[in-house]
Write a protein that binds this ligand. Structure first.
Ligand SMILES: [Fe+2]
Length: 338
């Protein structure tokens, strides 16, 4: 698949200045590039796609299975790709409820996932953040209206196998909204706000280097960066999206169950923050953990459905026994229909 990997060092240095990484699946929204594109394998750049060459689904599939999830584009193509993405997302957002809603929701969720990657690259781009927020709000409205559309979308997104950094927020938020609809604990508006809080909760991971996302062996510095991602998400979003303090607090503490579990397992004292009030943060965290545990990561296999449920029991059953029972009933039915 690599056409040329014998570049001179001058070529390599020049390319390093001009290239930007995107997930290979993002190329599905355009037909061709205006410059050559490269892969980066074992420290070497290799030419994989020439300018004006037609981008086919087969190329994307082959690349993903033989090389990996990231491809390097010239900065001009990177810009064109992102402009096209933003345009397509705006167009789709306007016509989301017209025609086949399952198909529309899949297209919308994919476009959102690609744009989420751009937010990880630059979380302070107001235009992109606003577009992402409004587009995901419309998706939440569509999913609120149909449990079947949510289920089909979840199934499809799971199959898409996006990089987990962009796939996980979407999957956990779809599961969350499906559960909230069934549990009937909150109003429609609250359910949608919780979907949005859940979807944007991992933006703070942008401060963790991309090269660390797929590694299991992390330094103390990296681990600290990861453990402060929820607080950083809140700081990045504060005052920039239309969510009240209550939801920003949920974002800030969305990983508190992981910290509680770590303390429990390691027999360390865990001090809960007084800002964590109500069941909402627990439900957001539980859906996040359930999806993460039942999905494969580059550094570990997926856990079984029962192992994940056992872990959720440990984290939730004592404090919220009733809601835990509703969750078990819901999740069993949800996964049986997958
Ligand atoms: Fe998170």
């Amino acid at each position: 698949m690599i056409k040329e990997d014998n570049l001179t060092s001058t070529q390599k240095h020049k390319l390093a200045l001009d290239l930007k990484p995107v997930f290979i699946a993002q190329l599905s929204i355009i037909d061709s590039l205006t410059h050559d594109a490269y892969c980066f394998v074992d420290g070497h750049l290799g030419l994989v796609l020439e300018e004006d060459e037609l981008i086919t689904n087969d190329f994307i599939k082959d690349y993903a299975s033989t090389i990996g999830k990231e491809i390097f584009l010239h900065k001009k193509d990177f810009q064109l790709l992102n402009e096209s993405l933003s345009e397509q997302l705006t167009k789709m957002t306007r016509s989301l409820s017209i025609g086949d809603q399952v198909k529309n929701s899949i297209k919308q969720a994919n476009l959102l996932s690609f744009q989420m990657n751009n937010l990880y690259n630059d979380p302070f781009d107001n235009e992109v953040l606003t577009n992402q927020f409004l587009s995901s709000k419309n998706l939440a409205t569509l999913l609120s209206g149909s449990a079947e559309v949510s289920k089909s979308l979840f199934k499809n997104m799971k199959k898409q196998n996006h990089h987990y950094m962009i796939g996980q927020p979407m999957l956990s938020s779809i599961l969350l909204l499906s559960f909230l609809k069934e549990a009937k604990l909150f109003t429609e508006q609250e359910n949608q706000n919780l979907f949005l809080a859940s979807y944007f909760k991992d933006i703070g991971m942008c401060f963790v280097g991309r090269d660390k996302w797929d590694e299991s062996d992390l330094t103390k510095f990296d681990k600290n960066n990861i453990s402060s991602h929820s607080e950083n998400s809140m700081k990045i979003l504060n005052g920039r999206i239309d969510l009240s303090k209550k939801y920003l607090n949920i974002i800030k503490h969305h990983d508190f169950l992981n910290k509680k579990a770590f303390a429990k397992i390691n027999k360390i004292q865990y001090e809960s923050d007084p800002e964590i009030t109500g069941i909402e943060t627990t439900i957001v965290a539980v859906c996040d953990i359930f999806v993460a545990m039942t999905s494969k990561r580059p550094y570990r296999d997926e856990y079984s459905f029962f192992k994940a449920l056992e872990f959720i029991k440990l984290l939730m059953a004592d404090e919220y026994p009733q809601e835990y029972k509703v969750f078990v009933k819901f999740i069993t039915k949800f996964f049986k229909s997958m």
